[in-house]
Ligand binder design. Structure first.
Ligand SMILES: [Ca+2]
Length: 83
């Protein structure tokens, strides 16, 4: 997962610069699927071959991130397991 913050380019008020934000910490998440291979830490490990899956949480699945400071998020990259 990659998150970017909204920035402002001083040279042009009409141009929006996107910059990566510091790596967040996961502070809370839905219970992971059993077996030890689907933990939420897999979301931030930079590897596409590891994944997080809740234990039948479906659309109620959640993950709470702490960025350590207030950030303005403009985009989040989500990669589904089927892509
Ligand atoms: Ca991963």
């Amino acid at each position: 997962m990659a998150c970017v913050a909204l920035g402002v380019n001083a040279a042009s008020a009409s141009f929006t610069l996107l910059e990566p934000v510091p790596e967040p910490k996961i502070v809370k998440h839905s219970v992971a699927y059993p077996g030890g291979r689907y933990g939420a830490e897999n979301l931030l490990d930079g590897r596409s071959d590891t994944e997080y899956s809740s234990d039948s949480g479906g659309t109620n699945t959640y993950v709470e991130f702490d960025f350590g400071a207030e950030v303005n998020l403009a985009a989040v990259r989500h990669v589904d397991r089927n892509s």
